[in-house]
Design a protein around this ligand. Structure first.
Ligand code: MV4
Length: 453
């Protein structure tokens, strides 16, 4: 096992990784930008290294600064958390060249799944259902319109280097295709440095269902069931739950089998997430695989009692998984609400100093946060204040616990989306689990400015 790990991240996920290291008896090194000098991840790590000024590109994204910090502190491994360098194949490669263990899959796997068009091809060949669409990238308008007519409009044109909803354009009809195709390529070149796009049939208001997988270096691969992540706004997830009310045992086992086949196709090692869209007819399709720990991993931990971050560290150290597929059972139900420093109505970010911070607690509540009274939410990074996770015996009980927890969560000094989360938890369609990726649009639009005050 590792003696010392450097955590190349900040905020609640850096703290989450520190707690896992503590329980494993591993020393920790925090890195921080000057904006985070007073952050809790810095206070709770055994050592800390300042790696630069506030902008991410000069600190948390600065590969040489992070590697230097690992070298001067004699760390053996680096946990990247989520975001920042977590899905940088180049960073994973540099770690390897410097004799540091990157806690995640190898650079080849990160690259293979980061190229979304190539990932689609890999999954088609592995027999994993994908959305009807192109076999790899589409180079020219003629090829694109030909394909789009075959699969039928509307279609989505997606950036191959994108993912998570970044760089998508819809074409409604043939006369729309060229304009959207050119726009998608231009935006992709600008945003990702690569113009490549691929085409998929647009599914109407699907559900977003993802499967957590874990692989070790001994060839063991397991899944930890699904997360329902359909409640999103501008591709930012707001509420996640496990299990999904949309899956019965038959569909769950077919989807988990597809998730394992997807991971096995690239000999996946460490924690990963296989994303599917599920349409109203109950058909599911692979869309992307994420090669990192995800923000919403606690809902899976709450119902499986498996510490995913500890398992990530164990398998990165070459140990076999501590359990088999048969050992993994869902017990009860869990919901996560992301509490952000953003206005409930305008959804505008609201960085600043937190003046009052009364965290929720009590039976069935887990709070993942790096905030405290007097903490500052800097404007440079994401606006996550806390993840509130409610576990209950049933979905109904976790909803009741979540409402109670949100009620008792007091954050002053910055605007928060707590009121929006309360409205979602009180929504009749949400309570009846009638949700899809269209939920938030309808939800926001259905409120008049007067109601919103
Ligand atoms: C889609 C889709 C409909 N059809 N692909 C957005 C995030 C990225 N991972 C994929 N996304 C979508 N891909 C096809 N062929 C709809 C979305 C989508 C979406 C997906 C999951 C959760 C929320 C979403 C919101 C809008 C669009």
């Amino acid at each position: 096992m590792f003696r010392k790990i450097l955590i190349a991240n900040r905020g609640e996920i850096a703290l989450r990784i520190i707690w896992a290291c503590r329980e494993l008896g591993i020393k920790t090194v925090a890195v921080y930008s000057t904006a985070d000098a007073h952050s809790l991840h810095v206070r709770f790590a055994d050592e800390e290294v300042c790696i630069g000024p506030p902008p991410s590109k000069d600190s948390y994204l600065n590969i040489s600064a992070v590697i230097s910090a690992a070298e001067i502190t004699d760390a053996e491994a680096i946990h990247p958390g989520y975001g920042f360098l977590a899905e940088s194949a180049q960073f994973a490669e540099v770690c390897r060249e410097c004799g540091l263990t990157f806690i995640g899959p190898g650079p080849d796997v990160i690259r293979a799944m980061g190229d979304k068009a190539a990932a689609r091809r890999t999954m088609v060949r592995a027999g994993v259902p994908t959305v009807p669409g192109s076999d790899g990238i589409v180079d020219d308008v003629e090829q694109g319109t030909g394909l789009a007519s075959e699969i039928g409009y509307p279609v989505l044109i997606k950036a191959s280097a994108g993912g998570g909803g970044r760089g998508m354009r819809m074409a409604d009809a043939p006369e729309d295709f060229e304009r959207q195709f050119v726009a998608a390529r231009t935006e992709a070149a600008l945003a990702f440095g690569v113009p490549d796009v691929y085409v998929e049939k647009l599914l109407i208001e699907p559900r977003h269902i993802e499967f957590q997988v874990l692989g070790d270096t001994h060839g063991n691969l397991v899944h930890l069931f699904e997360r329902e992540c359909s409640i999103q706004r501008r591709h930012q997830k707001l509420v996640e739950e496990c299990p999904s009310a949309a899956l019965d045992d038959g569909l769950r086992s077919r989807m988990s089998e597809a998730a394992l086949r997807a991971a096995a196709a690239v000999r996946y090692v460490n924690a990963g997430t296989v994303e599917f869209l599920l349409d109203a007819r109950g058909e599911f399709y692979f869309i992307e695989m994420n090669t990192r720990i995800q923000v919403e991993h606690p809902v899976t931990e709450a119902v499986t009692d498996i510490d995913i971050v500890k398992e990530q560290i164990r398998v990165a150290a070459g140990e076999p998984l501590g359990f088999t597929q048969d050992d993994v059972k869902i017990s009860g139900h869990a919901i996560e609400c992301r509490v952000n420093a953003e206005d409930s109505d305008t959804l505008m970010p609201s960085p600043g100093k937190i003046t009052t911070f009364h965290p929720p607690g009590g039976p069935g509540i887990r709070l993942d946060t790096a905030c405290y009274a007097e903490a500052v939410i800097p404007p440079y990074y994401d606006s996550l204040i806390a993840k509130v996770v409610a576990r209950g015996t049933t979905r109904g009980e976790s909803i009741l616990r979540m409402r109670r927890a949100l009620d008792s969560f007091v954050v002053e000094g910055v605007a928060t989306n707590l009121a929006l989360q309360q409205r979602i938890l009180a929504d009749e369609d949400f309570v009846r689990a009638r949700i899809s990726t269209g939920f938030m649009n309808r939800f926001i639009r259905s409120r008049t400015p007067v109601e919103r005050r």
